[in-house]
Design a protein around this ligand. Structure first.
Ligand SMILES: [Zn+2]
Length: 122
């Protein structure tokens, strides 16, 4: 199809509109970036604007046609888990207390075999 400067004389291909709100094609629901506070369905982000280094303003639109809620929301920086390699003392970013840093692994807890000895436990 590439390289042609005109439409080829063949039937149009039907391509249904897909609303994919997260990767993998699974239902968004709880893992959607923004969910509607009224009906808890996933929302589109129509527009976003960076207010400061720590705050982003979002305009969201509920995907539930029976709801239709449009609203503003904000994403706010909370704290760093790891400060990273770039020094920015001007931002004064708080660091998460060490005992509250989440441990992220590729395996889910229910998949772990309790009989297997872990070299990371303790
Ligand atoms: Zn809604």
């Amino acid at each position: 199809m590439s390289g042609e400067g005109h439409l080829a004389p063949r039937p149009m291909i039907s391509a249904p509109l897909q609303m994919r709100l997260r990767s993998g094609g699974k239902p968004a629901k709880d893992s959607a970036f923004i969910t509607c506070p009224k009906c808890e369905e996933p929302c589109f982000i129509r527009r976003s604007e960076r207010i400061t280094e720590k705050v982003k303003h979002l305009e969201a639109h509920c995907t539930n046609t029976g709801c239709g809620h449009t609203f503003a929301a904000q994403v706010v920086f909370v704290h760093s888990y790891s400060p990273g390699l770039i020094d920015r003392p001007d931002l004064d970013l708080p660091v998460c207390p060490r005992d509250q840093v989440p441990h992220v692994t590729a395996r889910r807890a229910e998949e772990e075999d309790p009989a297997q000895i872990s070299m990371f436990s303790g």
